[in-house]
Design a protein around this ligand. Structure first.
Ligand code: NAP
Length: 476
């Protein structure tokens, strides 16, 4: 490995514009201090360039011409993986990759050298040219959704081996698929993936967590196929649930559920609810949801908003569902009060929801005199969110994140807990109206943040750098 990294491509292969060997040599762990940087930026003859590359079948026929038939070698056990975008998620992946013995070549807008130094087999490259000249097997795009196109453009792909495998981990999938196909030369392999977990939801391991992928373009050669397998093996080894799904299908299923999950997490976080140390009602998962979504950057949330065409509509539907829940609640409370003031409505007692609810209230009040205010408040807010989600008609999906599973569970719980209990909690808690107002304010705040950002970016593009909007895409 050291010699592969150290050798200048010109001296070894003066007449060939690309290396003949597609599979990497066996991995030998290196001290990062001994990894030399290849910095001959002016030398183009020894690197792949999108326009000057001969096609890959030529390279393969050369490499295979003298070989006798023999069983194909197993996939390489270690890979040299470049992580472009070494932020929250990039570092999280790097820890697992390096623990499995892979070599990590990291690059990011920010200098993360010291973090890279704290990981095994990891080196940080301030200059992407140096990184590309170290010829990674895999380039993993791990930047924010919004910066992905700009960052991809900034990678000097002409310095990579032309057989390089490009992978992305963006939380939306059709967008990276289309920029990869648009930007990368046809010899590069492409895989689009979405590990559907993050540093919080995957902090105790990845076992059983969904890893969605589409092999967009993988060359036929054994080396290319087995390199892709070797990359997938990283996730298989950790126990991920591997789901082969097209980017289109992923976005149809996941875009809405992810955006909804993050919105609920952020709205609840705005409410600053306090967890109850003796939570007997099972709402610890709700606090986990808050933690999981809010430990992700606003940038990520905004990316989910921008790249889900239904997000504005979904925000409106959340508002409308919330208004309906409040209307149901107030109608019922008024019904009970009217019964008390004016007696029965003439409807049979069993068919009158207000009568049934009043009876429930009386028994509830007798039994629940000592309820903890905070715990009851959390329960009430959780039920409100559950009611809103039920009105939105959430559906289970095969690729649910842990957060979305929490939302589905909430809906399931409220279908077994009757609306009567909801009214009872509303009446029992002194500040329940305040809690509803807080929820209103939090929802509005999150929405304003999203639209404010949208307004800001568009204004900057229109007035600071007119003409920068192209292909209908918003650039950072
Ligand atoms: P993020 O906020 O979505 O992305 C942060 C990364 O983007 C950092 O590496 C940052 O670089 C880079 N970046 C942001 N703006 C940039 C710009 N203008 N120019 C260049 N680089 C820029 O947070 P993340 O959690 O690390 O996510 C990274 C990617 O993984 C995203 O595409 C996300 O959708 C995906 N993903 C995340 C999770 C998760 O749970 N976090 C799960 C699955 C997939 P610097 O740090 O150097 O500034």
């Amino acid at each position: 490995m050291l010699s592969t990294l150290a050798s200048h491509p010109c001296t070894n292969r003066p007449s060939l514009p690309f290396p003949l060997r597609l599979s990497p040599p066996p991995f030998v762990p290196l001290s990062r201090h001994r990894l030399p940087l290849h910095s001959c930026h002016s030398c183009h003859s020894c690197h792949a360039s999108p326009s000057s590359l001969p096609n890959s079948s030529a390279s393969l026929s050369l490499s295979q011409s003298n070989s006798k038939p023999h069983p194909p070698p197993p996939p390489p056990t270690t890979l040299k993986i470049a992580i472009i975008g070494f932020g929250n998620f990039g570092q999280f992946l790097a820890k697992y990759f390096s623990q499995q013995g892979h070599t990590i070549l990291a690059h990011s807008r920010t200098d993360y050298s010291s973090i890279a130094n704290s990981l095994d087999n990891t080196i940080f490259f301030k200059d992407p040219h140096d990184l590309c000249e170290s010829h990674p097997d895999v380039v993993l795009l791990c930047t924010s959704i919004l910066s992905a196109e700009k960052v991809l453009r900034s990678i000097p792909i002409q310095r990579l081996r032309r057989s390089t495998l490009f992978v992305d981990v963006l939380s939306v999938k059709e967008f990276p698929r289309s920029i990869f196909l648009e930007r990368l030369p046809p010899d590069f392999d492409i895989v689009c993936t979405h590990p559907m977990f993050g540093p919080e939801s995957g902090k105790y391991g990845w076992n059983g967590l969904p890893f969605v992928y589409e092999k967009v373009r993988i060359g036929d050669s054994h080396e290319r196929v087995s390199r892709c397998e070797a990359f997938f093996n990283i996730f298989k080894k950790e126990g991920c649930r591997m789901i082969d799904m097209s980017c289109k299908e992923h976005d149809e299923i996941a875009a809405e559920s992810q955006f909804l999950t993050h919105t609920v997490g952020r709205v609840l976080a705005e409410m600053r609810l306090k967890p109850n140390p003796d939570d007997s009602m099972g709402y610890d998962t709700l606090f986990q949801l808050i933690e999981n979504t809010c430990s992700d950057s606003f940038e990520l949330y905004y990316g989910l908003f921008m790249y889900n065409k239904n997000s504005t509509d979904l925000l409106d539907r959340i508002y409308a569902a919330y208004e309906e829940v409040k209307k149901d609640l107030r109608r019922m409370v008024q019904g009970i009060l009217r019964r008390r003031l004016f007696g029965t409505t003439g409807v049979g007692e069993l068919e009158d929801p207000a009568a049934r609810c009043e009876a429930f209230l009386e028994s509830f009040n007798k039994e629940m005199v000592d309820l903890d205010e905070n715990a009851t408040g959390v329960h009430f807010v959780a039920l409100t969110i559950g009611m809103i989600l039920a009105k939105l008609g959430l559906k289970p999906t095969s690729i649910a994140t842990k957060g979305y599973e929490t939302l589905l569970k909430l809906v399931e719980d409220i279908s077994s807990e009757s609306f009567d209990l909801y009214i009872a909690l509303f009446m029992h808690i002194k500040n329940s109206n305040e809690l509803l107002d807080q929820l209103d304010i939090s929802l509005a705040k999150v929405r304003t943040e999203l639209y404010g950002r949208l307004h800001d970016i568009l204004r900057r593009q229109l007035f600071d750098q007119p003409g920068i909007i192209s292909n209908g895409r918003t650039r950072m």
